[in-house]
Design a protein around this ligand. Structure first.
Ligand SMILES: C[S@@+](CC[C@H](N)C(=O)[O-])C[C@H]1O[C@@H](n2cnc3c(N)ncnc32)[C@H](O)[C@@H]1O
Ligand SMILES: [Zn+2]
Length: 296
């Protein structure tokens, strides 16, 4: 495992600092979490999490889609938002990191960055571990207190994934920033031919901001719109990788004949940056929408 910054991770059992003890993380009280052969560490104790996370089919579709480069403009925007006007971050945490695509982009732009990917899906983290050889991939449920020390994270990413506002505020360093990506209405328009889409509320970015009210302020908001020309296989991947497939049962279902020709599909995102106004206000984490694994 790469060198773990001291005092970054906390033991999920006793909250003492976790140390890297060679292919495992352990605290002084002897709680020990072995790294899986596939490169991630599972810190979930007891019964694990009630949240399922992305399935093998969704992860495979996401990797195929991200590998095609159609979300590369979004990754560039996320990296730019994370770095604009700030000192180079030392520690970045992605909550709901999936396969680590966005964190990989940030790590490539910041030599020496220590990236930490959190996700409840082991299958996604297997892929993330390959993308992030210089970091750590941790199986965790973001609705639980994060196994991360107070004020320790310089950049916190949250891309189409659930947000635990109270915990995000707690772990963010005083000068740190949170970058949130949400879809806007019309995102993935053009895919209806492949399968039903979930509707996206218009005010999603405002809801994000409201959920951090009194703790973080918005320091940047950019809308990113472009059109993707997707061949039939990628059109299907774009649908299967997102929550629409789970809601409508399309994931794992017999493929519909689908389109024969490439489809013109809309990409419509908001990239928000939030930061502390200066004071270290805290909120308790209340799931605004526990299902929110949003439309990425
Ligand atoms: C739409 S995907 C986005 C993944 C990644 N951010 C990306 O855009 O490529 C949502 C991710 O959140 C994860 N997730 C869902 N519920 C979670 C939870 N309670 N705790 C941690 N991760 C969760 C899923 O496993 C999935 O990887
Ligand atoms: Zn412990």
């Amino acid at each position: 495992m790469p060198v773990l910054p001291q005092h970054l991770l906390t033991c999920p059992v006793c909250t003492l600092a976790l140390q890297d003890v060679g292919r495992a993380l352990a605290c002084e009280r002897g709680h020990r979490f072995d790294a899986a052969r596939q490169g991630y560490v599972n810190l979930l104790t007891g019964r694990g999490s009630p949240f399922e996370g992305d399935t093998a089919g969704m992860v495979e579709a996401r990797e195929a889609f991200l590998g095609s480069g159609h979300y590369a403009p979004l990754r560039e925007s996320v990296v730019a938002a994370a770095l604009r006007g700030a000192e180079a971050p030392a520690i970045a945490l992605d909550a709901g990191a999936g396969t680590g695509y966005y964190l990989e982009g940030l790590a490539a732009a910041v030599p020496g960055l220590f990236p930490v990917a959190l996700d409840v899906s082991k299958i996604a983290l297997r892929r993330a571990a390959r993308r992030l050889p210089g970091g750590l991939c941790i199986v965790w449920d973001v609705w639980r207190p994060l196994p991360v020390a107070d004020a320790s994270v310089d950049v916190l990413l949250n891309v189409f994934a659930p947000r635990n506002a109270g915990e995000f505020v707690r772990v963010l360093a005083p000068g740190g920033r949170l970058v949130v990506v949400t879809p806007r209405p019309g995102h993935l328009a053009g895919l209806e031919e492949v399968g039903p889409l979930l509707s996206v509320p218009a005010q999603k970015a405002d809801d994000v901001l409201a959920s951090f009210e009194g703790a973080l302020v918005e320091t940047g908001r950019d809308d990113l719109d472009y059109t993707m020309t997707l061949p039939p296989d990628l059109a299907r991947s774009a649908l299967v990788m997102g929550p629409a497939a789970r809601h409508h049962g399309a994931e794992g279902a017999t493929p519909s004949p689908g389109p024969a020709a490439p489809l013109e599909v809309a990409a419509r995102f908001t990239v928000q940056v939030l930061a502390r106004p200066g004071a270290t206000a805290r909120r308790d984490g209340v799931p605004e929408d526990p299902e929110d694994g949003t439309e990425g």
